[in-house]
Design a protein around this ligand. Structure first.
Ligand SMILES: [Cu+2]
Length: 343
């Protein structure tokens, strides 16, 4: 699987070069299946004055087993009886997210975007005594509002910037019962909280190009947290570079390959109600890391008929590299399915 992604990365580079050698004359256009990026990429495109777009995305992310830095480690190695320092380790964590988005172009230069989601997570655990238990949380995510500004759109290339804000509508007060809580609900560790609890700045820039058959993009993105939340901590900033190419095999379908690198900083501060020696996920040293993920997907686009301007995107992404701070659950596949409708 990994070799396949590396081959695709090489193909991304090769076709970008090929594309730049093509003669480019018209405007970059969104009226084709690959006129939007792979479905997991957000804020990748802008709209023409007066256009609306509604989108729904479903995302399923799996995490299981442990990593310390770049290495796989066993559950036993982190638990107290075996020389580890924790009472409890998580063993796996499935996460599901439903996201609703809206876009509206106030002019050819400026598109406004809003996004709100609903997340549910489960975390399975193993204790030093050999017992198992699970906790769950769910709720509305942070509300993201942003403005996209088109710097240029000519010669079938576009560059646009993004300025936005993430508002703390997501809960950081998720609680559940654990074996150590005597039947009472207690606050859950950082990864089981839904929101950041802080106002976060969203900054980005996206470059897009097209030829008759190929298209692609590069997007730099930053999530910059401000202040400290009500529970005395601040999640780490996120910096990422996302790169994709797509090949349009027909007017209604395109296939895509994507490679994304991201760096997530450690949590700053700590929730005083969490004991960092109890469970790995309650220790802020076990947060953040460096990741490279690869994704393969396709977009279907109705360019005429009753469903005109409806787009369906599917993508499966997998980690190619993950180097985590401390010891953390390992990322596995992420599946994203999305519907978009413009009018
Ligand atoms: Cu849109």
């Amino acid at each position: 699987m990994r070799k396949l992604y590396i081959a695709l990365l090489a193909a991304v580079v090769a076709t970008s070069t090929y594309a730049q050698e093509q003669e480019l004359s018209q405007s970059w256009s969104s009226n084709r299946p690959d006129g939007h990026a792979p479905v997991s990429v957000m804020g990748d495109h802008t709209h023409k004055k007066g256009e609306f777009m509604f989108s729904y995305r479903y995302m399923n992310m799996q995490m299981d087993d442990l990593k310390r830095g770049n290495d796989d480690v066993s559950f036993d190695s982190v638990l107290l009886p075996n020389g580890g320092e924790y009472m409890v380790t998580p063993t796996d964590m499935p996460m599901n997210m439903h996201m609703l988005g809206g876009m509206y172009a106030v002019s050819d230069k400026v598109t406004l975007a809003a996004m709100l989601g609903y997340t549910s997570m489960d975390m399975e655990h193993l204790t030093a005594m050999g017992g198992t238990f699970s906790t769950a949380s769910s709720g509305i995510t942070d509300l993201k509002l942003s403005a996209l500004y088109t710097v240029f759109n000519k010669n079938r290339q576009q560059l646009h910037g993004k300025v936005g804000v993430s508002l703390p509508t997501g809960s950081i007060d998720e609680m559940d019962v654990t074996p150590a809580s005597n039947g009472n609900e207690v606050i859950l560790p950082y990864p089981m909280q839904i929101g950041s609890g802080t106002v976060d700045a969203l900054l980005g820039a996206t470059y897009l190009w097209q030829t008759d058959r190929f298209s692609g993009g590069n997007k730099v993105n930053g999530v910059i947290r401000t202040g400290t939340n009500d529970r005395d901590y601040r999640l780490g900033n996120v910096y990422s570079l996302d790169n994709w190419i797509a090949y349009k095999t027909a007017d209604w379908i395109s296939f895509s390959a994507r490679v994304k690198g991201s760096v997530v900083s450690e949590i700053d501060g700590a929730n005083p109600d969490l004991n960092p020696l109890m469970v790995i996920t309650a220790d802020t040293r076990n947060s953040g890391g460096t990741y490279i993920d690869g994704g393969l997907g396709f977009n279907l686009y109705a360019y005429k008929g009753a469903l005109k301007n409806v787009r369906l995107g599917v993508e499966v992404a997998t980690p190619l590299l993950q180097d985590v701070n401390g010891v953390q659950l390992k990322r596995k596949e992420t599946v994203t399915v999305g519907l978009q409708y413009s009018l």
